[in-house]
Design a protein. Structure first.
Lengths: 150, 291
């Protein structure tokens, strides 16, 4: 039977080893992965996708009322910056906190699915490769609870 | 129940998209397809996904016809399903198994004149929690399949105890985005409590075992793009009858979903030994219309 104190030292040692190992890997790979950003066509490509997305939203009666009265130019800039940043590009999202922004909107799954569909269609219209579409959506997934206010 | 009214209904649904204005909002192919027991899933295995494209404020429905032809049998299935708010799925299916070669075994061995077995399946599935796309832990559902054989003579003669039974199952499904070669990977795991012999077509319970057993079923598929899913399924089976050993089932499938209204599934199926006839391999083809 191992003494609890011995066990604690061993565990601490193990955690430190793993931490050092991870830090080493990070040091070997200091640059952020920008391949997704490149695949999306950099900021210009992302801006084109967002523009097409806006046209699709306006025509989509499932969600267009949620966007009524918003500043289109500001929305375009903020979402472009956000997707640029999430894809590893040199941008910073300067819009409001996502949870705070969506708190009063009571967005349903139906509306979120409609938005996701329009984003995919906008990416298809701009010939974004499937691999990049999938990688971008993967980066967006952590926003789901904030947007749905869960 | 003739299959032609259903076929014409499917055709009408597909031909008249303008009449049925709003199909559900869920993302393409997230309704799965209609399994051989009517529940949304793959071909052989029910998944945690609910049929059609109804999202949380919508209704949706599906109609499907399927056929599997193996060395010595052919199975035809017609099915229909309704989905309320992506919360509850209700399905009906009718399976007809043409016995083909087994007719002679039955006649010589048991003196029975029977060329087909037919069963009705009434299914219900509830999405308990999560969303297959958006939840990190995936989507989890529980379901029932109540099965009633139309004619019990053959199953009874070979040792089955009951002409009806109810399977219960718990299922989890999760889509992993950009998981393999930056393609999306769909993984499903189902645990089924059952007494059914060959899915129920050979009755329920038997001389070797008459109790419920938990069977594991699983599948994985890779979306090559948003219309095309390729994958495999595995379904563990009970072995209740002394008359003939029952094997696990598996298949390799391709599902093509060109549009939310249509899904076409083709598969190579391996049903193992079925009622003394060995190594049943064949082709499966299924058409599903959604509205």
């Amino acid at each position: 039977m191992m003494h609890p104190f011995e066990f604690k030292i061993m565990t601490t040692g193990l955690i430190m080893t793993v931490a050092l190992f991870l830090a080493g890997c990070q040091a070997l790979n200091p640059k952020p992965d920008t391949s997704l950003y490149q695949q999306l066509g950099e900021r210009k490509g992302i801006a084109d996708v967002v523009e097409d997305l806006l046209y699709l939203i306006v025509e989509d009666k499932r969600i267009n009322q949620q966007f009524k009265g918003m500043d289109v130019v500001q929305f375009h800039r903020n979402l472009t910056d956000q997707l640029c940043e999430l894809s590893g590009g040199p941008c910073t999202y300067t819009g409001r906190d996502m949870r705070e922004l969506h708190a009063a909107m009571a967005i349903t799954d139906t509306q979120l699915n409609a938005l996701a569909e329009n984003l995919i269609l906008a990416m298809e219209d701009n010939d974004i490769p499937i691999s990049a579409q999938n990688r971008l959506i993967k980066q967006l997934l952590p926003l789901y609870p904030d947007i749905r206010n869960l | 129940m003739s299959k032609w009214p259903l076929v014409s209904l499917v055709a009408a649904v597909l031909a008249a998209p303008a009449v049925i204005a709003d199909i559900g909002s869920r993302i393409w192919a997230t309704g799965g397809v209609t399994s051989i027991e009517g529940s949304a899933g793959g071909g052989l295995v029910p998944w945690a996904l609910l049929g059609s494209y109804a999202s949380d404020e919508e209704w949706g429905g599906t109609l499907a016809i399927s056929r599997a032809v193996t060395d010595d049998y052919s199975l035809s299935v017609i099915g229909a399903g309704l989905n309320w708010n992506n919360r509850i799925e209700v399905t009906v299916a009718q399976q007809t198994l043409d016995l083909d070669s087994l007719v002679f075994t039955l006649k010589d061995g048991f003196g029975l004149e029977q060329d087909e077995l037919r069963q009705d399946i009434f299914g219900a599935k509830v999405r308990l929690t999560g969303d297959v796309l958006y939840s990190p832990w995936g989507q989890w559902s529980a379901g029932l399949q109540h099965k009633r054989l139309r004619n019990f003579t053959v199953p009874e003669a070979i040792g089955a105890r009951d002409d009806s039974g109810t399977d219960v199952y718990f299922s989890g499904s999760k889509l992993f985005f950009a998981a393999l070669m930056d393609r999306n990977l769909l993984v499903n795991l189902t645990a089924r409590g059952t007494r059914a012999n060959q899915g129920g077509l050979l009755g329920f319970g038997g001389d070797r075992n008459n109790r419920y057993e938990w069977m594991m079923e699983g599948s994985a598929g890779l979306f090559l793009d948003r219309q095309c899913l390729v994958g495999a399924e595995y379904r563990q089976k009970p072995d209740n009858l002394g008359f003939a050993a029952e094997n696990d089932w598996w298949d390799l499938f391709v599902a093509w979903v060109p549009d939310r209204r249509l899904a076409i599934t083709a598969a190579l199926v391996n049903l193992g030994d079925v009622a003394t006839l060995e190594d049943q391999q064949g082709l499966y083809l299924s058409f599903q219309g959604s509205f």
